[in-house]
Design a protein around this ligand. Structure first.
Ligand code: GTP
Ligand code: MG
Length: 631
């Protein structure tokens, strides 16, 4: 478990960490010279029995809150430090707000410099602190008077820290580590350090940096300051990385090292936003803010999704629109500070790391976000139960850092079934089946001479409007179940066959006899028109309708062949063996050079033949494209 300090400048955080671990976490020259902490410091205390306490020591100075944030987002428990000599000060309050907004509910308070106060003063301070904590997740936390100078209370504090338990970070998901430092170690190369937020990291793992996408192989690693074969969620690790384009300059604090599966940087985070009650005024839509997430710090704007203003102390759905992409998953906490970075304004919990750029506040989207905001795994059942409820399972896996087995388990628990990449409830699938069948039946009834609906037309004609990809999955399910058929790009009910009007039907009978008789050299549209005294456009219309039904194929403009004849000609071409000429083909069909070449060019266009110079060969995978050749 990693404990992070918090508290006002000069209240004794670094001195306390030293008293607890023996390590001076102020490592910078400037820190030593000024006697203040500027950047994050790290210290570990080995207790000899395998147990260990890890500390992140943060600066208290108001100008370095951004550094404090880079450390605080990875910790499991807070050690709030308040000087008995000074009591509650501005960064005591701000750091506590941050800890609370991060959702940390484990912590202790160290009432430091106890040697400078008498018992009455200590009791008074403790009462003040208790009341400050009471409105936070740390309400009721123990307050331990300590002195780094005399050693009073230090052992007691250590014992209490040790029983706070284990890190709650899960090792089951894909790996992600938030980088807070990057440096070059002579002889080793690029080293990054940070907290593993999920999963495990092993030597030789091939990982990616988010958002840059740079490749990084783990050459060696330290976990909690010791050489290790594996680093686990909840531990601080140092990774020695190598990669083709990796350098110290290419890595920044705030980048993530992730499993390739998890690399999906985003600049639109849909969140549940809580505006602090201490804010002086309402938060307006599109306010600029500093956003701190993981160890990252970027500028962004708040798009409010419910109303145009948010009242201090209230919570609402919002989209954080960032100036740079970051790595984020659902459940991550972000802290928002005002544009001049002088105060903490709000906290945000990521609900969907891939917020849509458009339609982000439609009723449908708000219903989805409301379902997603349900705590625990209950969100999935709620999403599925929405009208036209469906879940993109690949997106779910990425957004929640879940492996496929876990996604399937949760889907099962929520009563859902997988159809290709989507999850649905059975009832939803039944309704979609009826909707598709009813819509097609109605269409066939009023359009008896049309072969059916193109898929996109069908999608928008349904009672229930589905996104294109979810509809595709539903439609393929219907095709597999043979409740609908797709012919020549048209969806129809299996029982529907095209009915030509009596006139057109008579025309087709005459033409089909000719197409059979002269099967390799069939008459063209104009020939039919002249022979039967029909207007050309009508002949063309009838033949095109039959083409959509798959009865004829338009091999060259206005020249239609019966479909089985096309299959027969493919078989003949194949029979000629590899590297045949147009003349050989023409001789077999006996249909003249011009038509033979038109047919071969049609084959070339459809990938049925490959042409090199004057020679062609058939492509085995394409031989059945027009069905089996007739006996
Ligand atoms: N008398 C007394 N002095 C202390 C104690 N702890 C710290 N100090 C002194 O208080 C000063 C500040 O201590 P630090 O530990 O650097 O304070 P800090 O909270 O880390 O300060 P920042 O990191 O800059 O926010 C130093 O001069 C310490 O020697 C204590 O228990 N008793
Ligand atoms: Mg310090």
């Amino acid at each position: 478990m990693i404990v992070g300090t918090a508290g006002h400048i000069d209240h004794g955080k670094t001195a306390l960490v030293k008293a607890l671990t023996g390590v001076d976490a102020d490592r910078l020259k400037e820190e030593k010279a000024r006697g203040i902490t500027i950047d994050l410091g790290y210290a570990y205390s080995d207790l000899g029995d395998g147990r260990q306490l890890g500390f992140v020591d943060v600066p208290g100075h108001e100008r370095f809150v951004h550094n404090m944030l880079a450390g605080a987002t990875g910790i499991d428990a807070a050690l709030l430090v308040v000087s008995a000599a000074e009591g509650i000060k501005p960064q005591t309050v701000e750091h506590l707000q941050i800890v609370d907004l991060l959702g940390l509910d484990r912590g202790l308070v160290a009432l430091t410099k106890a040697d400078l106060a008498d018992d009455d003063q200590l009791l008074e301070r403790m009462a003040e602190i208790e009341s400050l904590l009471s409105s936070t997740a740390l309400a009721g936390s123990e307050i331990v008077p300590v002195s780094a100078l005399t050693g009073q209370g230090v052992d007691e504090l250590k014992a209490k820290l040790l029983v706070m338990g284990e890190s709650a970070k899960g090792t089951t998901g894909f790996t992600r580590l938030a980088i807070d430092r990057c440096f070059v170690l002579p002889g080793a190369g690029v080293v990054v350090t940070g907290t593993v937020h999920a999963g495990e990291i092993r030597v030789d793992d091939r990982l990616l940096l988010t958002p840059s996408g740079l490749e990084a192989r783990v050459r060696s690693l330290h976990a909690q300051n010791r050489p290790a074969a594996v680093g686990r969620a909840g531990e601080r690790c140092a990774l020695n990385l190598s990669g083709p384009r990796l350098s110290k300059e290419a890595v920044r604090r705030g980048d993530w090292v992730v499993s390739p599966e998890l690399h999906q940087p985003s600049d639109r985070l849909d969140v549940q936003l809580k505006l602090l009650g201490s804010e002086p005024q309402q938060l307006k839509h599109w306010s600029p803010v500093h956003v701190h997430l993981g160890a990252a710090h970027v500028m962004g704007r708040v798009a409010l999704l419910q109303g145009d203003r948010l009242t201090p102390g209230e919570t609402a759905l919002a989209q954080l629109v960032l100036e740079e992409k970051v790595g984020a998953i659902a459940g991550d906490r972000a802290i928002l500070r005002d544009p001049s970075a002088t105060r903490t304004m709000a906290g945000a919990e990521v609900i969907d790391p891939f917020g849509p750029p458009r339609n982000r506040r439609t009723p449908r989207r708000l219903a989805e976000l409301g379902a997603l905001a349900t705590p625990g795994s209950g969100f999935l059942a709620k999403l599925l139960a929405l009208d036209a409820g469906h879940v993109d399972l690949a997106r779910l896996s990425l957004a929640h850092n879940l492996r496929q087995a876990e996604v399937d388990r949760l889907l099962g628990e929520a009563g859902g079934v997988r159809v290709q990449g989507f999850g649905f409830l059975e009832g939803t699938l039944d309704a979609a089946r009826r909707d598709i069948a009813d819509t097609l039946a109605a269409f066939h009834k009023s359009n008896a001479d049309a072969p059916g609906l193109q898929p996109e037309r069908l999608r928008v004609a349904l009672k229930q409007r589905w996104p294109a990809r979810a509809f595709q999955a539903l439609l393929e399910r219907e095709v597999a179940a043979k409740t609908v058929a797709i012919d020549g790009g048209f969806v129809r009910l299996p029982g529907h066959s095209l009915k030509l009007g009596a006139r057109d039907d008579a025309l087709w009978k005459k033409m089909s006899a000719e197409l059979t008789r002269e099967r390799f050299r069939p008459p063209r549209v104009r020939d039919f028109a002249q022979a039967y005294g029909e207007p050309e456009p009508n002949v063309r219309k009838v033949l095109r309708q039959l083409a959509r039904l798959g009865r004829v194929v338009e091999v060259a403009p206005d020249q239609f062949f019966l479909r089985p004849v096309v299959a027969e000609m493919i078989a003949i071409a194949h029979d000629l063996g590899p590297d045949f000429t147009a003349a050989q083909f023409r001789d077999r069909l006996d249909n003249g050079r011009k038509v033979a070449i038109q047919i071969l060019e049609f084959f070339d266009r459809h990938g049925i033949t490959l042409r090199r110079g004057d020679l062609r060969r058939t492509v085995p995978a394409k031989l059945q494209q027009y069905g089996p050749p007739p006996e």
